[in-house]
Design a binder for this molecule. Structure first.
Ligand code: RAM
Length: 349
């Protein structure tokens, strides 16, 4: 079952089955070391060991993708663990990659904080026999075997510009509150949003782009600063689930509520109260659980030699069905989906 806006009924049915917690794969963030390493004995302890390395720990978006990856790994009988830094700085993931390689991990699934900073470590891991699957935020393609893309960058950019244009009458000043300055995914989306604005929305002006580092407090503070610096601001686009929730929280209790729109990419559970109180009209996302699920099945197919990452390779990802590897060793999950007051009640993630 895929999460696409062509199949809202299937999507709703899937969404209500998604639980809020991740049993057994997310633990104490370990103080300054910032790591979680709680392995689960997935299935029968088969020979495919999977390590999941999100941008950082403590983000509900990645908790949900880890939940999907763990479920898939249990289905194919592998072993699963999640590790990661507390903060998504460019090279914070390097020690976790090195450790996974030293442990002889069969597959590493990574959302990269920087397209290049972790490349050497990933390539060393690959030389040691670890298959590397990026998901959510890619590295340079030379540093991984496969990238699992949630939706096309063009599609993710367009849905956000369409929403903001709709919400501000296609005119006025807007700003972007992004994640970290080096994030491959957000930077690709921002470039395409700028192009879409230039090509199709001459009366919207992007006046600022700021970075909340996927940290709730930093994102909250950056929202306040944006509103102070740009008194005519009509909207904030946050292409990050952490940023949009922080921006909405700030605006929901301020005089800007109802005057400055907030949209972008968010999870329904984090955004529900701001949709219900009228701060937010509409935002978008894909299903992070499906994304993690697909990444784990792709990792399994690589480890077992069913695919190599060549264009045209095909594999089956359990309940999600069959997928084909496209150009640049990329597999596409689906399309972004828009959430608003009419449908948000159907989702639980
Ligand atoms: C945050 C992260 C993630 C991104 C989502 C939309 O959770 O930055 O990489 O895909 O937002």
């Amino acid at each position: 079952m895929k999460f696409t806006n062509k199949r809202p009924a299937a999507l709703a049915a899937l969404a209500v089955t998604i639980a809020l917690t991740i049993a057994g794969c997310s633990g104490d963030s370990g103080g300054s070391g910032g790591s979680t390493d709680s392995s689960s004995g997935g299935g029968s302890g088969g020979d495919v060991s999977v390590v999941m390395l999100p941008k950082n720990l403590g983000n509900p978006y990645f908790d949900t993708s880890t939940k999907g990856a763990k479920a898939a790994t249990e289905e194919f009988g592998g072993t699963f663990s999640e590790v990661g830094p507390d903060a998504g700085s460019p090279d914070a993931q390097v020690p976790f990659i090195n450790t996974a390689a030293q442990q002889g991990t069969k597959a590493l699934i990574v959302s990269a904080n920087d397209p290049k900073a972790i490349c050497d470590a990933l390539n060393e891991a690959r030389q040691a026999g670890t298959k590397v699957v990026t998901f959510d935020s890619d590295t340079d393609p030379t540093c991984r075997d496969l990238f699992i893309n949630q939706a096309t960058a063009e599609g993710i950019a367009k849905v956000q510009i369409d929403m903001v244009a709709d919400q501000i009458g296609d005119a006025g000043e807007i700003a972007i509150l992004s994640a970290s300055a080096n994030a491959t995914n957000q930077n690709a989306w921002i470039e395409m949003m700028k192009k879409d604005l230039a090509d199709n929305h001459p009366n919207i002006t992007l006046v600022d782009t700021v970075y909340g580092d996927d940290n709730d407090q930093t994102s909250f503070d950056k929202t306040a600063a944006l509103l102070q610096s740009h008194p005519d601001l009509k909207a904030i686009i946050a292409p990050t689930t952490v940023g949009i929730a922080a921006a909405a929280r700030y605006i929901s209790t301020s005089d800007y509520k109802g005057k400055v729109a907030v949209t972008g990419l968010g999870t329904p559970n984090q955004m529900r109260e701001y949709v219900n109180d009228g701060t937010v009209t509409e935002f978008a996302l894909w299903n992070p659980e499906d994304l993690g699920f697909l990444a784990a099945y792709a990792a399994d197919a690589l480890v077992k030699g069913d695919i190599t990452g060549k264009e045209g390779d095909t594999f089956t990802a359990g309940k999600l069905g069959d997928f084909t590897v496209g150009a640049d060793a990329t597999v596409l999950l689906g399309e972004p989906y828009k959430f608003n007051k009419d449908n948000i009640g159907n989702f639980d993630f």
